[in-house]
Design a protein around this ligand. Structure first.
Ligand SMILES: *[C@@H]1O[C@H](CO)[C@@H](O)[C@H](O)[C@H]1NC(C)=O
Ligand SMILES: *[C@@H]1O[C@H](CO)[C@@H](O)[C@H](O)[C@H]1NC(C)=O
Length: 425
């Protein structure tokens, strides 16, 4: 390509034109969809709990009682706030929550018209579909910019707050890959390897006033509703971490996903059955880090608040594992892995994820980043036995399709996907 300056120039022009159209569309979509007025909603005290008793009869039918651990003489917690952070395996976790919610007939607080609560605006109760003061909701789990007081005005007092973090260097790389093209200041980064170029001198490219800038700087801290642009030694950084640790009962880690789920099972009194999962929304070749050690160091320095946040919760995580018992944890993780594998051989054609082009059913196509087809998906096995058909289908279903199935109106998300189809992006 370097040998042909005219072709290069043409592709730059094409990129610019498409980029401009794309941003205009995005801005337009988001402007018309952001609630312009936040008229004040009357405040009604939230109930203590939104759990309803009759959950047992539905569950017992499929549960093999010999698999319930004898220590479980509690009833599963069903009031759950999952703070879905970006690029943190949270689609996989959402699938677990969706199935749990369906099993116990729980009420989800869903967004309206799109699959997030008007991110990056701070969460407001008015973003919840069909919200009226005094309503009972069990689970809230879509992307939002966290706003603790507003969330507390919506969910019952006994709600368990859960979230998940990921190593900030890996998260940054993933976010750059997935959202980079939606951040206009990345368009002027020269070369094919924009990530490397950016990390060499972030200040030269980064624009803190730029559209979508937050995707590329301390995205975790931003998602939790805090200021992602602070200096690391600002006292509000530690305050922010403290606020998060007081609010969330469990902070899971992507790097220890199975261990996290076992801690969740313990904290919420769930069953092993509830934890079964297939990795959803995974990227091609994502099992190995794409960062050199130098890039990693630069990415951590650039996202130093997130790095501090991650290290803090890495410590508390392993304290929890210690309390749970290392040996017991190892055994439970092994069992979960074994059962996931068993499910994979029951449900998945070829037993593993495949590239988008090889997915046969549209219902199984995952959402792709702009201009890429890097997200893997699955083919449901042809002759799954009757007993597993429903479960297999649900476990493999990408987030958008599952949300639709749960009755969420996603017209904006779908319009966006049509726009992308037209540009073949
Ligand atoms: C329950 O599970 C155990 C082991 O997982 C198995 O040996 C037993 O046959 C199962 N019982 C029923 C009724 O399915
Ligand atoms: C997380 O904590 C464990 C156990 O203390 C430690 O071995 C590991 O290096 C920590 N990881 C990070 C990224 O700080």
């Amino acid at each position: 390509m370097t040998g042909n300056p005219r072709r290069h120039w043409k592709s730059v022009c094409k990129g610019l034109v498409l980029g401009t159209i794309l941003t205009s569309c995005t801005i337009l979509l988001y402007c018309i969809s952001s609630p312009a007025i936040n008229f004040s909603i009357p405040e009604v005290p939230v109930p203590y709990s939104c759990a309803h008793r009759p959950s047992q009869p539905h569950t017992k039918a499929r549960t093999n009682t010999s698999q319930i651990s004898p220590s479980q003489n509690c009833s599963p917690k069903v009031d759950i706030m999952f703070m879905k952070t970006h690029k943190t395996a949270s689609s996989t976790f959402l699938n677990i929550l969706f199935r749990f919610g369906e099993k116990h007939h729980l009420k989800f607080a869903f967004p309206d018209s799109r699959n997030d609560f008007f991110y990056p605006s701070l969460f407001q109760r008015s973003h919840v579909k069909d919200y009226r003061p005094g309503m009972c909701f069990n689970i809230m789990c879509n992307h939002m910019r966290f706003n603790a007081p507003e969330v507390a005005k919506l969910l019952p007092t006994d709600t368990s707050y859960i979230t998940i973090l990921r190593d900030p260097a890996e998260l940054f790389e993933s976010s750059f890959h997935y959202f980079g093209r939606l951040v206009p200041f990345t368009w002027k980064i020269p070369g094919d390897d924009k990530l490397t170029e950016f990390l060499l001198d972030p200040q030269a490219y980064f624009d803190p006033e730029g559209f979508n800038f937050f995707y590329l700087k301390n995205l975790l801290f931003f998602d939790f509703g805090h200021d992602n642009m602070m200096k690391l030694d600002d006292p509000r950084v530690d305050d922010g971490i403290k606020i998060i640790s007081e609010r969330f009962q469990l902070v899971m880690l992507v790097e220890y996903f199975e261990e996290s789920l076992i801690l969740l099972k313990e904290a919420l009194c769930w069953e092993m059955d509830d934890l079964l999962f297939f990795k959803l929304n995974a990227r091609k070749g994502s099992t190995v880090s794409k960062l050199s050690s130098e890039q990693r160091a630069r990415a951590l320095e650039w996202n130093s608040i997130d790095w501090k946040l991650y290290q803090h919760f890495n410590q508390t995580f392993w304290k929890k594992v210690e309390v749970y018992g290392r040996q017991r944890m190892a055994e439970d993780v092994a069992e979960l892995l074994r059962r996931n594998e068993a499910m994979a051989s029951i449900c998945i054609e070829e037993g593993h994820a495949v590239e988008a082009g090889r997915i046969q059913e549209t219902a199984m196509q995952p959402w792709q980043p702009i201009g890429q087809k890097s997200i893997l998906g699955y083919n449901l096995k042809k002759n799954v036995d009757k007993a597993h058909q429903r479960l297999c289908r649900k476990m493999l279903m990408p987030e958008i399709q599952y949300l639709t199935e749960l009755g969420v109106n996603l017209w904006l998300t779908k319009l966006w996907s049509h726009v992308r189809e037209i540009f073949n992006w």
